[in-house]
Design a protein around this ligand. Structure first.
Ligand code: COS
Length: 380
């Protein structure tokens, strides 16, 4: 049964309280230990967070896009590493299966993805194929009833925890049409996951290299038709970009709230710094950025729920929201002053965390390119 309005409101309220009371107090610990505690992962499983976007018939909550992004707004109000625990299962790790999987593939994997028993990863990026994702060189060569998969993937989120990868590999000639998508269980021989990278921020969320050395992948694990992999990846990313934009919006809103609280509590020249117009200007700009991001994201989500394409809208939402949260975080550091630069207040941590949003799931420059192409196609 789909969630009715009351049950959805209850879910939203539960997530809001969980973020405020349980996750926010753990932020510094997660950053220090570069790990989300196991008990938190268990609680997330129990709350159904791994299955937010998975259809109910496979054990998920079956949220539509608008509902999913309203949950993502709430999750954005804490360190992004928490969302990353189940982020791939909700987004890029599961949606290839939801969009293009056969009944048998969905029945085999989706219930365990929804419960969080299986963690998923999306393996598109390679050392030589970042923004130019149609140039992947990981190769899948048909060999009777299976494919032999060889190559290297880079910066793969949650790879160290994943038991299932959606891998984009070349089965044909050059370019997008030569790419197919595969469901690759992590325990196949020849699959090797590297050590988590050391990063600027988002400690607790891990990215690793994954290499494939003649990995035998059953032909039944191909997602969709031969040569459909790039299109599947782009559809997955359209959706993923919107979700990321919602997370950016949530963080921007949290930073506005933190900035306001600090500006009201901190006094200089005999009065709260919130009384000074130069501080107010920064608060006004950050509030406007957060409001505009929310509107763009909600608009795009509603459009998706009406069954319309959102390639342009998702790119615009991601472009604006990720750039906006960068500006908001920068102003938050400025409003906090010295306290914004030292670790104890957590503002410098969020400043570093949000930098990634302008890069992953498509850089700002790729979003600009997508927006421009679509606008030219539509004639305005
Ligand atoms: N939905 C459905 N199909 C899409 C699509 C989308 N959003 N975007 C592209 N396609 C299709 C195109 O229609 C085209 O098919 P036809 O040739 O049948 O018309 C095919 O895919 C190739 O598209 P295109 O010619 O636009 O490919 P490009 O090589 O020019 O690449 C960009 C397009 C740059 C937009 C793409 O490579 C991209 O998004 N790069 C960034 C990748 C990324 O986000 N990486 C982050 C890491 S993953 S977390």
């Amino acid at each position: 049964m789909p969630l009715d309005a009351d049950s959805f409101d209850l879910l939203l309220e539960t997530v809001r309280r969980y973020v405020a009371e349980r996750l926010r107090p753990l932020e510094a610990r997660v950053a220090d230990e570069d790990e989300v505690p196991d008990e938190v992962v268990r609680e997330m499983r129990d709350m159904g967070l791994f299955g937010l976007s998975i259809p109910e018939e496979y054990g998920g909550l079956g949220l539509n896009m608008t509902e999913e992004i309203r949950v993502a707004f709430e999750l954005g109000r804490t360190t992004p590493a928490f969302r990353s625990v189940f982020g791939t299962n909700v987004g890029i790790g599961s949606q290839g299966l939801v969009i293009a999987g056969s009944d048998a593939q969905r029945a085999q994997w989706l219930p365990r993805i929804a419960s969080g028993e299986v963690i998923t990863s999306f393996a598109l990026t390679e050392p030589g194929a970042g923004s130019d994702s149609a140039s992947v060189t990981t190769r899948a060569i048909r060999d009777g009833g299976s494919y032999r998969l060889s190559g290297a993937k880079r910066f793969i989120t949650n790879a160290d925890k994943a038991s299932l990868f959606t891998v984009m590999a070349r089965t044909g000639g050059p370019g997008a049409k030569g790419v197919s998508a595969f469901l690759v269980p992590a325990d196949l021989p020849g699959l090797c996951v590297g050590r988590p990278e050391r990063k600027m921020g988002q400690q607790g969320a891990h990215v690793c290299d994954v290499t494939f050395d003649d990995v035998p992948v059953p032909a039944a694990n191909r997602l969709g038709e031969d040569g459909e992999g790039f299109r599947i990846a782009m559809q997955v990313l359209d959706r993923g970009r919107l979700h990321i934009a919602a997370v950016c919006t949530g963080i921007a809103e949290r930073l506005v709230a933190d900035s306001v609280a600090y500006a009201q509590a901190r006094s200089q020249f005999g009065k709260p710094i919130a009384d000074f117009q130069l501080i107010q200007a920064m608060i006004a700009d950050s509030k406007t950025d957060a409001m505009a991001a929310r509107s763009l994201v909600l608009d795009a989500a509603e459009q998706k729920d009406r069954g319309e394409p959102i390639t342009l809208e998702a790119a615009a939402a991601k472009y604006f929201a990720s750039e906006a949260v960068g500006r908001v975080a920068d102003r938050a550091v400025q409003i906090f002053g010295g306290a914004g630069y030292v670790a104890d207040y957590g503002i410098e941590r969020l400043y570093r965390d949000v930098r990634l949003f302008r890069i992953y799931e498509g850089t700002s420059q790729i979003q600009q390119l997508v927006i421009a192409r679509e606008t030219l196609k539509r004639g305005g």
